[in-house]
Design a protein around this ligand. Sequence first.
Ligand code: TYD
Length: 211
Amino acid sequence: MFLTLEGIDGCGKTTQARLLSERLRRSGTACGDVVWTKEPGGWTGGDKIRELVLRDGLEHPLSELFLFLADRCEHVLQVIAPALKEGKTVICERYTDSTLAYQSWGRGLPMERIEDLFRWCGFPSPDLTIWIDLPAPAAYHRMAGRGRMDRLEEEGTVFLEKVRSGFAFLAERDRARIVRIDGDKDIPGISAEIIDTVLAFLSRRGKERDC
Ligand code: TYD
């Protein structure tokens, strides 16, 4: 099973990915064999691309796009595809929807071209995507409390609202895959909703007993 977690910066993905991984691992069953990873940078050597793409200095939106794609090519080849082949549950923070939301809706690059590149790269499609939705001002407030921001985080709330509308568009378009969770609640409440969503998905696939 390939699960992705998406949302704007500061929406709480990492906390929720950790809680979901712990819940599935505790089940002690097949779907508890979890690989928890993230983009950008979730493969050996990925730190260098991550550093390059998130620090100051990039000016061309296409160089940003291609760095995220290069990162994903290695991540899929080295981490995601092997884990899926071994029947593991992959939980990935950010994936193709982030590229569409940030580089197309945020930066204005054409979505069809980006989706052509996804097909060309042969990226596997997630089975289920959880979109943790939070208004940009609330997310920005959380990030400001965390200290230093990276290049994309510094873009501010107008940029993040554009990205958020990208996620909203995708959730509407790919309704069978993407589930919106209200991120403006407490951590246990959000976690319970995510776990229910994942278990409901597994049950539709006839695998709930395993978890
Ligand atoms: P990160 O520190 O990992 O943020 P978060 O914890 O919120 O995921 O930074 C990742 C940044 O990269 C984030 O601002 C979103 C951005 N990003 C893109 O713009 N396009 C992409 O394809 C991906 C994977 C991430």
